[in-house]
Design a binder for this molecule. Structure first.
Ligand code: GAP
Length: 454
């Protein structure tokens, strides 16, 4: 492989057709491990099936996904407030929500190989996908997906607790608290980001379906006669959010549920779907949940969960529009759609064309050589940039290799400090997507980068 250090020739990069690459998923999994996005969990003990740890780069990317959601759903609005409710909760919550009875999947066992499957996900209900045995399945039984645990040292019925399978219920049961503390009135929303847990029968496809994952959910409380209009509004807003952050239109669709797919409480649901390498998959569901949740919790708790509108002198139970997204699954969609390869002077350049807001590092500071003379200026540039941008600093290996590493991390800008910098107090800024380079005075660097990192 030739050293790709010299990018100043005018050889035009040639695109490689990544979207149709059947090995794309494998490449993403490899890149994730190699560059520190996502590691298989407990690997040194042989791994723990379908759980993952987010590495030094993944933790930044995932945080940026969640920050972008929070910015759009909370920061830029005056009708949504935040919440961080507990993960552990008593059975009463899940009895009222319906999860204790309804949050189940039909489970079948193969009597030959003893593998377990979700009956509704079998391609052929007679043939075991694992060992090929025919008519070997047990009768289906309903398997509750909630993780059950015990709170406190005494094992008793009263000590049972559940890990939440969705963040939503924390927002419903805090409806009155939030209403009172925030002095909001419908239409208004409560937003929450956090971990949820589901004992999935068939986790898989990397971080697409895991037993521990993160959700980003909004419960938007509206007067009943405005529900249909707010449902349309949130469908449109949420679809646009993914487009704005760089998911191409051809890989995104809004799919309204058929009547037989709707939950018993929902009059309308649409999924935002992404074209994964194995086909369309859900990133987010937008549901019109009516007054189901507040009514259920009011009935079970005995508390009033409604709103008194002084202007009209009426009391009503607000209806809820819920856009519910998965943070970890969405991070994977961003990775898949950003992944690109192109041929540059006979070499393959792998580049993550992530939206700057999502990029783990915004800037990498790269002294051209490790010589002591360059280090003080390079460190000075780093210290100048760090308060404004998440930066990487890398002084080992040839500069070309360091550029390639930053391309694979999706870093929008590399700032190279060279020997001329000592005299002209300027640096070379190299842009990730075009690889174009520009000389910028150190004094102008923060403003220059800020204007290009929107
Ligand atoms: N409160 C509604 C609710 O939780 P959901 O469709 O079950 O709705 C919302 O979940 C989103 O959470 C999904 O669209 C998906 O992105 C994410 N999600 C659900 N189960 C998941 C799992 N096992 N692994 C990763 N993400 C998951």
């Amino acid at each position: 492989m030739s050293d790709p250090a010299d990018e100043t020739t005018d050889d035009t990069p040639r695109a490689i057709d990544v979207p149709n690459d059947p090995t794309l998923m494998e490449k993403i999994v490899n890149l994730s491990k190699r560059r520190g996005f996502v590691f298989p969990s407990a690997e040194i003990y042989g791994g723990f099936r379908s759980t993952y740890d987010y590495g030094p780069i993944g933790v930044l990317l995932l945080r940026n996904v969640k920050d972008a959601w929070w910015r759009s759903m909370v920061q830029l609005r005056d009708d949504v407030v935040g919440l961080d409710a507990s993960i552990l909760s008593p059975p009463a919550v899940w009895e009222a929500s319906g999860h204790l009875t309804n949050f189940t999947d039909p489970l079948v066992d193969c009597k030959v190989c003893h593998e377990r499957f979700r009956e509704d996900q079998l391609n052929d209900p007679r043939v075991c996908p694992s060992c090929g045995a025919e008519d070997s399945f047990t009768e289906a039984r309903q398997f509750n997906l909630m993780f059950k645990t015990q709170a406190g040292p005494v094992e008793s019925e009263g000590a049972v607790a559940y890990l939440r399978p969705e963040t939503a219920q924390g927002m419903f049961i805090n409806f009155s608290n939030v209403l009172q503390a925030s002095r909001k009135k419908p239409p208004f929303g409560i937003a929450q980001i956090g971990k949820s847990f589901r004992n999935e029968i068939t986790p898989g496809n990397f971080v697409f379906r895991t037993r521990e994952f993160e959700q980003m959910e909004l419960e938007f409380f509206v007067p009943p006669d405005e529900a249909a209009q707010w449902y349309e509004y949130w469908c449109q807003q949420r679809y646009q959010w993914y487009l704005d952050l760089g998911i191409p239109e051809a890989k995104l669709r809004m799919r309204p549920h058929d009547a037989d797919e709707l939950s018993h409480y929902s009059s309308d649901t649409s999924d935002v779907e992404f074209l994964f390498p194995w086909g369309w998959g859900e990133l987010e569901g937008v549901a019109n949940r009516g007054d189901y949740d507040l009514t259920q919790h009011a009935a079970h708790s005995g508390d009033k969960l409604d709103y008194f509108d002084q202007a009209t002198n009426t009391r009503y139970t607000p209806h809820v529009i819920e856009p519910a997204a998965g943070a970890t699954r969405t991070m994977m969609a961003f990775l898949l759609s950003a992944y690109d390869e192109e041929e540059v002077r006979g070499d393959v350049r792998t580049v993550l064309r992530l939206h700057p807001r999502l990029a783990p590092y915004k800037v990498a500071v790269l002294p051209l050589s490790k010589k002591d003379t360059l280090t003080p200026v390079a460190r000075e540039v780093l210290a100048l940039l760090q308060p404004s941008f998440m930066c990487d600093y890398d002084e080992t290996q040839a500069i070309g290799r360091r550029y390639r590493r930053q391309d694979e991390l999706g870093t929008p800008f590399c700032v190279t400090v060279d020997f001329d910098s000592l005299d002209d107090r300027a640096v070379t800024v190299r842009e990730r997507d075009t690889m174009t380079q520009e000389r910028v005075p150190i004094d102008d660097l923060v403003a220059y980068l800020a204007s290009r990192l929107v």
